[in-house]
Design a protein around this ligand. Sequence first.
Ligand SMILES: NC(=O)c1ccc[n+]([C@@H]2O[C@H](COP(=O)([O-])OP(=O)(O)OC[C@H]3O[C@@H](n4cnc5c(N)ncnc54)[C@H](O)[C@@H]3O)[C@@H](O)[C@H]2O)c1
Length: 250
Amino acid sequence: MRLKGLNCVVTGGSSGIGAATVRRFVEEGAEVLIPDIDMEAADRVASELGDAVSAIKCDVRIEADVKAAAAIAYDRWEKVDVLVNNAGSELNRAYDEMTEDEWDRVLNTDLKGPWLMCKHFVPPMVKAGSGSVINISSLNGLVGFPLSTAYGGAKGGLVVFTRDMAIELAATGVRINCVCPGVIDTGMMERWTDLMPDKNEAKKMLKGTMPIGRMGTAEEVAGAIYFFASADSSLCQGSVLTVDGGFTAQ
Ligand SMILES: NC(=O)c1ccc[n+]([C@@H]2O[C@H](COP(=O)([O-])OP(=O)(O)OC[C@H]3O[C@@H](n4cnc5c(N)ncnc54)[C@H](O)[C@@H]3O)[C@@H](O)[C@H]2O)c1
């Protein structure tokens, strides 16, 4: 129960890595608020976990939604201790075939969203003199892949955004760090393999790209997120932790 008494916000906590993080945080004694666009799934997670979890409709691309989510959180709680910027949107498209709307959807969800969440949630943390922000980037934010300019551009931007924020916040007591998952078995991965001519072959190929020979689980990523949420990471500021079964070690 290392997060007992802590108030946590996990964007996109209704599925995959976000939902596993919400579950882990609750197991460790935290209360969690889930801002998400999928209210049906978010309410399912909240009702499964009882009073410790609630969900609110919030599109992280829209400043008015994020501002309203912050007002709800700070109305309910005196302070927010942990913010996980997990909500994400993927795209597999060649740079010259992508539409402007697709580019905007990915950049706005994966990069502008974390900035808006920081803008509205972090100043009260600074006032309180403590807090931990965890940005969920990706392997795609560290190395190049084909068909990944929007997603990789957003996730790479998030890595540098984390480092820039870490310097701005360094003297405030608020920590900000970044987790870069590898190939993780979630809905996002299902959608990606759905696009391939042979889904089973695509999954086999993905497992083969991971030196450990398998995909990661959402729970394994949640463990790394939990590390940054807990006091065990008190010296981490602007750290970028790969959770990728050895991919970037190659
Ligand atoms: N699955 C992987 O292999 C993998 C690898 C690296 C990084 N990631 C990152 O991990 C994070 C979680 O991904 P996942 O695999 O669990 O995917 P997922 O699709 O299961 O979850 C994404 C969540 O974000 C929410 N969401 C999407 N757009 C939103 C918006 N505009 N506002 C609020 N909520 C929104 C969805 O409703 C969903 O709950 C993402 O940032 C993703 O880019 C995933």
